[in-house]
Design a protein around this ligand. Structure first.
Ligand code: AHR
Length: 534
């Protein structure tokens, strides 16, 4: 579906008028979804369901790594409960070690016997001590346990091109060379296959294109290891910078990184204590990701009309600023509610609509940081509402995308029209660049067909007050049965806690019924529904 182009969304009142004109329609649905099941051409790359893990707060330490001697059940120091949960949602790829941390990370600090590794200071993570106990070998072990691909990010901040070159050699070379032999000495004979490499993170400044071009030749292809090179995206929405980077370096890149967070901010930064205006503002901001992506793709088209270069959204998510008791501000730990689940659903639907350019996206971050899948507290672990969306949407991984047209009503809040952006707002450049947007579609959806021929429809009603009905017309496919799950909650800020870890989780959905060759879906307010048709 296209939000503005293929996707036509028209006000509810017009749809009613249309239904009355037809007269003989026994039932008028408020919204209409037409899925073109005979027009699917491209696959939804499973890497769109990627993750990002950084040495920040308690993402790595506590969240993933507890050490071999921990009473928390682990395999070679890595938490079993977290690995099991990530396997369940089929995490396909994980970016590491940052983020900002990547540009201060010296990989040699994180290899060799752990007791001999230096303790360094994480200068971009609140100046906390970094034990370096989780390094290259531990990260690769984590990826193997989860069953996902690694995505490395090299240091162009205080690191050198030589250091980067040595990391590539250390990890991927099968030769008789100093770095390959050092890896063998550290217990790993075989080189790893590591395809995806970012070169720096959120690099501003006019000189970065030159830095990228200087580092790029050191990303060598050793021993049959194919590489995919991703230059940093801009800090914020700097389209001029993006234009310059593409102008200077487009021939030397496979992907281009794009980072964009949906900040809380107009009314409150709280992850859990918010009202309907805050719900609206954050979801509106999530929809705006599409405008941003289209602007960047427009620049890419200018320098790469054949669409060889891909857009790698390697950081995205909802970022709040409430400090939970016992947590440090720099740790970026935040709770996660039904609102965050909706943010995830909106983003996935946007990424799918641009699948010809977007092969990968990595939510920030997997555990305990920003929009996490998992929160931990000592030996306890809980799954967030966002985790459940990844679970419900995993059926789309590598499935054939089915183009659709969605006609739906809009959702808005008067607050949006009267709100003036404060000087403190971190969102200011974003809104200034893109202009006003008041009405957002009340529904968002994706349809795909999996390898077994089953059709999956994910559809979300973002209105927190009104239930709605969708008439779904699946053209070019026949089906006999429908089953589904739903994620919803009594309140917009319902969330899971260590005391009540299942306050919000997917339930069986009985609101979809076959009616002739149509499917009628009764969507409760603030709900995310996943349907399977066979
Ligand atoms: O994800 C947290 C931080 O946000 C990353 O380190 C940085 O790339 C971004 O600004």
């Amino acid at each position: 579906m296209m939000f503005r182009k293929k996707l036509r969304f028209v006000p509810f009142i017009c749809l009613l008028g249309y239904a009355c004109l037809l007269g003989n329609l026994a039932y008028a649905a408020e919204n209409k979804l037409v899925v073109h099941a005979d027009q699917g051409k491209q696959k939804i790359n499973k890497f769109i369901y990627g993750q990002f893990t950084e040495h920040l707060g308690r993402c790595i330490y506590d969240g993933i790594w507890v050490g071999e001697n921990s009473p928390i059940p682990n395999t070679r120091g890595i938490r079993n409960d977290v690995v099991k949960a990530l396997k369940h949602i089929k995490v396909p790829i994980v970016r590491w070690p940052g983020g900002c941390f990547a540009d201060i990370y010296h990989w040699k600090d994180g290899i060799g016997p752990r007791a001999e590794r230096p303790v360094t200071i994480n200068r971009v993570g609140g100046d906390v001590k970094e034990s370096n106990h989780f390094g290259t070998h531990e990260f690769m072990d984590f990826c193997e346990q989860v069953g996902c691909e690694p995505y490395f990010c090299g240091n162009v901040g205080d690191g050198t091109a030589e250091e980067f070159a040595e990391w590539v050699e250390y990890t991927t070379s099968d030769g008789d060379s100093p770095m390959a032999n050092l890896r063998r000495k550290n217990g790993r004979d075989e080189p790893w296959k590591i395809k995806y490499w970012a070169i720096g993170n959120e690099q501003g400044g006019r000189k970065y294109a030159l830095t990228y071009l200087r580092f790029r030749p050191y990303l060598r292809e050793y021993s049959g290891n194919k590489v995919y090179s991703v230059p940093s995206g801009p800090v914020g929405l700097d389209y001029r910078w993006t234009d310059l980077l593409l102008k200077m370096a487009s021939e030397q890149m496979d992907g281009l990184a794009l980072h964009n967070y949906a900040w809380s901010g107009e009314r409150t930064q709280s992850a859990v204590n918010f009202e309907e205006d805050d719900w609206y503002f954050l979801l509106r901001r999530s929809f705006r990701m599409e405008e941003h992506i289209e602007k960047v793709i427009g620049i890419m088209d200018k320098y790469d009309p054949e669409k060889r270069i891909e857009l790698v959204v390697d950081e995205w998510g909802a970022w709040h600023e409430e400090l939970s008791p016992g947590e440090q501000p720099a740790d970026n730990y935040q709770q996660n509610t039904l609102r965050d689940a909706m943010v995830a659903a909106i983003h996935f639907d946007i990424f799918h609509r641009h699948l010809d350019r977007i092969p990968m996206a990595n939510i920030a971050q997997t555990v305990n940081v920003i929009q996490a899948m998992i929160l931990t507290k000592g030996e306890k672990m809980l799954l967030t509402p966002t985790y459940h969306v990844f679970d419900m949407y995993k059926v789309h991984q590598d499935a054939t995308y089915l183009p659709s047209d969605l006609e739906c009503g809009t959702y808005t809040r008067e607050a949006a029209r009267t709100f003036t952006i404060s000087d403190e707002s971190r969102d200011r450049p974003y809104l200034d660049e893109l202009g006003p947007l008041y009405d957002i579609p009340v529904l968002t959806a994706t349809a795909s067909r999996d390898n077994e021929g089953k059709i999956h429809v994910s559809i979300s009603n973002i209105d927190p007050n009104k239930a709605t009905t969708v008439e779904c017309d699946i053209r070019g496919a026949k089906f006999k049965s429908v089953s589904g799950t739903i994620l919803t909650a009594p309140e917009i800020n319902t969330h899971n806690t260590f005391e009540k870890p299942d306050a919000l989780k997917p339930e069986k959905f009985e609101g979809a019924k076959l009616k002739g060759d149509k499917l009628i879906i009764k969507m409760p307010s603030k709900s995310i529904v996943a349907l399977e048709l066979s």
